[in-house]
Ligand binder design. Structure first.
Ligand SMILES: [Zn+2]
Length: 323
């Protein structure tokens, strides 16, 4: 007897009936880059279709995001002034608190997640405070992460997303939030963040490239996946509510491993280099637009519950049937 799996691929209806993985608009988180100034909606050269927004241009964008039924945004701030300790990152009137307030004003029920790191705020471009030898001082940096987390929560952030990769940061941030009465502010930890060469377009967007050296002493080595599990276990024990793997596509094996070993929701970050590769190939006519959906299915199938992607609006339009 010939076994005929093709029966279940016969037509669209049957394929849909038995499909194992579904993409839903609610799975997607849309990143936004916020700059100082006014009247700015400027396309980012390295990331076609992605923009820098000044705070006053956010309402229009947020209304569009809301209309597409996207539930959450992830904010990155680009300050005007940088210094050695990234003072603008925890300023009460800093770029992110201003953006949070504006977004919540326009749309109180959109979930505001804030990236918590120092690299776009420090003049040296590293993710923490440097010691006298030019190395990132882990425990000193934790004191600053406290302040940033509290300033974002005060402004109304729903979820804090530390991306610095310092040891002990989730515990430090949880403690700071609780001590300041923000018991309900959740933590989405960039638990597994590799020192990847696929962040290039983002660093251009966020003006966060390190001025010397690299980030290999705090971000993870691409060769390792047991270490990913170790980082997730630590973040779980320190109080993370959601864990993340970044980048997504090059680390689908890691997404799967983490999903199989945690009870927490797993997010995956489809990073700027992954976005730029696909976007440029589509713009050049080398790949069809549906390649975006196949890419997202691969991340979901690997086990991601949430996907952070610059394609979120395109995907929402596709899923909502908007032409
Ligand atoms: Zn950073």
């Amino acid at each position: 007897m010939i076994h005929r799996p093709r029966r279940l691929r016969l037509n669209e209806q049957i394929r849909e009936l038995v499909s194992e993985t579904q993409l839903r608009v609610k799975d997607f988180i849309y990143p936004l880059f916020i700059v100082e100034g006014s009247g700015i909606k400027r396309e980012i050269a390295t990331m076609p279709g992605v923009f820098h927004f000044s705070v006053d241009k956010l309402p229009e964008e947020i209304k569009e995001i809301k209309a597409l039924n996207i539930k959450a945004v992830l904010l990155f701030g680009i300050p005007e002034k940088k210094d050695a300790c990234g003072s603008e990152s925890f300023a009460e009137k800093g770029i992110i608190p201003k953006a949070i307030k504006e977004i919540k004003n326009v749309c109180p029920d959109i979930i505001v997640i804030t990236d918590l790191c120092m690299c776009s705020y420090t003049d040296h471009g590293h993710c923490g405070i440097l010691n006298e030898h030019g190395q990132v001082d882990n425990d000193k940096t934790l004191l600053y992460l406290h302040k940033i987390a509290v300033s974002h929560s005060k402004a109304g952030a729903d979820i804090i997303a530390p991306s610095d990769m310092m040891d002990g940061r989730v515990h430090a941030i949880r403690q700071a939030l609780d001590e300041n009465g923000f018991l309900n502010t959740a933590i989405m930890a960039y638990s597994v963040k590799y020192a990847s060469s696929f962040y290039g377009p983002f660093r251009n967007a966020a003006d966060s490239a390190p001025s010397f050296g690299d980030r290999k002493s705090y971000q993870m080595d691409a060769a390792n996946s047991n270490e990913a599990l170790k980082e997730v276990r630590l973040d779980e024990s320190e109080g993370a509510d959601i864990v993340m793997v970044k980048p997504a596509l090059l680390y689908l094996d890691v997404v799967k491993k983490i999903k199989e070993n945690t009870l927490l929701p797993v997010a995956a970050y489809n990073v700027s280099g992954e976005y730029a590769m696909l976007k440029h190939a589509i713009n050049a006519g080398l790949l069809p637009v549906v390649a975006i959906m196949e890419t997202m299915l691969s991340i979901k199938r690997a086990g991601a519950d949430l996907i952070i992607t610059y394609f979120a609006k395109d995907i929402a339009k596709e899923l909502n049937g908007v032409k």
